[in-house]
Design a protein around this ligand. Structure first.
Ligand SMILES: CC(C)(CO)[C@@H](O)C(=O)NCCC(=O)O
Ligand code: NA
Length: 646
């Protein structure tokens, strides 16, 4: 291994990199000139609402998997071992909950932007607050996403920094602007394949250079890089099972449950079932992505051990490790460095394009359309101009990120928690708490953002000041204390003394808890303010905007415990439903008759109903699902209460 100086790209590397950009552009152009030629907003922003589950799931994964994860995760595993891998546990609930709670609610409301939900459930002001918060979140995130690969590339290969930033930003802006969501999704698919291929190639060559898989295993095991599950309940420890596996669920919910970029994909699928399936399929894709990046960290450790290029001062930051490793290991494999750089840029392009498209959507749908009426052609043109202007704003943001300096993975995940967390809380307040009102929602969101920035910035400053005066840690103590017995005692004392208390304790909260903390703040403050200002009454909540948690749980429990109570009698009388929801059962209680059937009021509003029923008041324990209004065909009389549907 020759560790000296920066390595340079060969012509093949440049060609491979250029091919990636050309291919992505071509996909954009293809969708600009086929189908409806992107002439309607429905096509430009929702891919004609006709997407299938496989491309959607790859695209869903690609959106929040950027160069940040590709170079940040291996650097984390190299430095601190495989504890981070436990974030994979959070994917289970982090995808099941969106699939079965958020998708059904949003899909059935036929939304165009997820913030429209906030207006339906609360009011216009809440919608605008939500939209602005989202724009803020994505613009910062994209800044990190564009800048990260360019910086790493620049530091290690001498590739021009702002040239790379501009190339990514421009290519991405062009194909997003021309090809709409179809181009975004299909470039995501292509770019995901390039990303996986690049990572796999580096891992394979790396393992070979390190002397084979068993050698890698021995080295990482002896180097203490295989972490067992850490069940320490202390919330200030950066990575434990609890911070990653439980705190991570909230992070995942803010990304996969309520983020416009993802919800837009769910909404663009052909059917609700397909949307749910695509959410399920994200699980294996994310696990593969996580595995590849963790393995890369281990292989890197096997090659360098504790002799990291960072310590040898070949590079300046942890985030340059992966590219240094790639250039170092692959210099005798012309084309492979180019493939990996393509992998890195693929990861970022797929993120940036999704962000541009979703930003254009919300600006159009939430901020412009409700206030100015315009023709479809003008609206589409404006959407395209918006995608373009966000491209330029994000390029400017990349420059701001350039001025800050922290580990990119932690920075990105902190942004998700600090801005995405309060947004998650806002949606949870609406979906799970029928009593929450608009004032509660706005003040709750403000409180959540306030706490987020207080803890986030407080923590950042605290870390900055503590890194000036390096704190004692156990390794320092071992080095200076000759006697083993005193080591433990001294370490324990220092640990106890340095455990942060009071406000410092608050500031040292693990960044993996940010999403959970901030979303809970919004819910708690939102509920308190709602109760103080007069909670919303059940009947005043727009139908379909609340997820009936208690009723769903009760009906599940009921079905489990008393399945025989569901009896069906021959249908004879018609019942008409005037409610926009799917009805599976109509339970007419009193004499306990249940009619089974699947009804959608738009397509088939009539359901057969047994005549033996009398319309006596419902016993509360038998309410299943939302209440519906039904119409008796025979008597032409509206019955609003005795019938419920699930
Ligand atoms: C979104 C998660 C946390 C899911 O593992 C992951 O993709 C990740 O760590 N992303 C970091 C941000 C980024 O890659 O842009
Ligand atoms: Na991506």
């Amino acid at each position: 291994m020759d560790p000296s100086g920066p390595k340079y790209f060969t012509i093949i590397d440049y060609v491979i990199f250029a091919l990636l950009l050309v291919a992505s552009m071509s996909i954009g152009l293809y969708y600009a000139f086929t189908g409806g030629r992107q002439s309607t907003t429905r096509e430009f922003l929702f891919a004609d609402r006709n997407m299938k589950c496989l491309p959607l799931s790859l695209s869903l994964m690609a959106t929040f998997q950027s160069a940040v994860a590709v170079i940040g995760t291996p650097a984390e595993v190299y430095a601190n071992g495989t504890q981070y891998w436990f974030i994979g546990c959070s994917y289970i609930l982090g995808l099941l909950i969106p699939a079965h709670i958020f998708i059904p609610v949003f899909y059935r409301l036929h939304l165009t932007s997820v913030y429209q939900y906030l207006e339906l459930r609360f009011c216009k002001a809440v919608r605008i607050c939500g939209t602005v918060t989202f724009i803020f979140q994505m613009v910062i995130y994209v800044g990190v996403g564009i800048y990260t690969p360019a910086l790493a590339l620049n530091a290690v290969t001498g590739f021009h920094l702002w040239g790379a930033v501009l190339a990514t930003g421009l290519v991405c802006t062009v194909y997003t602007t021309l090809g709409g969501l179809k181009a975004v999704v299909w470039t995501d698919v292509f770019q995901t394949i390039v990303m996986f291929t690049g990572q796999l190639a580096v891992i394979i060559v790396g393992v070979q250079q390190a002397g084979g898989p068993s050698e890698v295993w021995v080295k990482v095991r002896d180097g203490g890089r295989i972490s067992g599950i850490d069940l320490n309940p202390d919330p200030t420890v950066r990575h434990t099972f609890w911070t990653l596996g439980v705190g991570g669920v909230f992070l995942m919910l803010s990304l996969y449950g309520v983020n416009q970029a993802q919800v837009q994909r769910y909404l663009s699928s052909r059917t609700e079932k397909e949307a749910v399936m695509s959410c399920y399929m994200v699980f294996p894709c994310l696990q593969v992505a996580l595995m590849l990046s963790c393995l890369m960290g281990l292989v890197m450790y096997a090659c360098y051990g504790n002799n990291s290029p960072l310590e040898q001062q070949y590079i300046k930051s942890k985030d340059q490790m992966v590219l240094y490793f790639v250039m170092d290991m692959l210099q005798n494999f012309p084309g492979l460095p180019g493939l990996f750089v393509a992998c890195l840029f693929s990861a970022s392009l797929s993120t940036i394009s999704s962000a541009f498209n979703s930003l254009a959507t919300v600006t159009m749908v939430d901020l412009i359309k409700p206030h100015y009426s315009m023709t479809e052609a003008r609206a589409t043109l404006l959407s395209k101009m918006l995608a373009l202007s966000y491209g330029i704003i994000c390029l400017a943001m990349a420059y701001v990120v350039h001025l800050m300096n922290s580990s990119v993975l932690q920075a990105a995940l902190s942004i998700f928690g600090m801005v995405g967390g309060p947004l998650l809380g806002l949606f949870c307040l609406g979906i799970f708490f029928p009593c929450a009102n608009s004032i509660g929602a706005v003040i709750g969101l403000a409180a959540g953002l306030l706490v987020a920035f207080w803890v986030g910035i407080g923590g950042f400053l605290a870390r900055m000041s503590s890194s000036v005066v390096p704190p004692f840690n156990s390794t320092n103590t071992v080095a200076v204390t000759p006697d083993n017995i005193t080591i433990t005692a001294v370490t324990a004392v220092i640990d106890a003394a340095s455990r942060p208390v009071g406000l410092d304790g608050f500031y040292s909260l693990s960044y993996m808890w940010y999403s959970a903390l901030n979303s809970s703040t919004v819910v708690v403050i939102g509920l308190i303010i709602s109760f103080m200002t007069g909670p919303t009454k059940g009947d005043d909540v727009a139908s379909g905007t609340v997820y009936p948690v208690v009723r769903t749980a009760r009906s599940l429990l009921y079905k489990l415990m008393q399945p025989s109570a569901w009896c069906t009698s021959p249908p004879e009388q018609k019942v008409r439903c005037y409610h926009d929801c799917t009805i599976k059962y109509i339970a007419a209680l009193g004499d306990f008759t249940v009619v089974k059937g699947l009804v959608h009021p738009k397509t088939n509003p009539v359901i057969n109903y047994s005549p033996s029923c009398r319309f006596t008041p419902v016993r509360p324990s038998f309410i299943f699902g939302t209440q519906i209004k039904i119409f008796l065909m025979k008597s032409k009389r509206y019955m609003t209460h005795p019938y419920t549907a699930i």
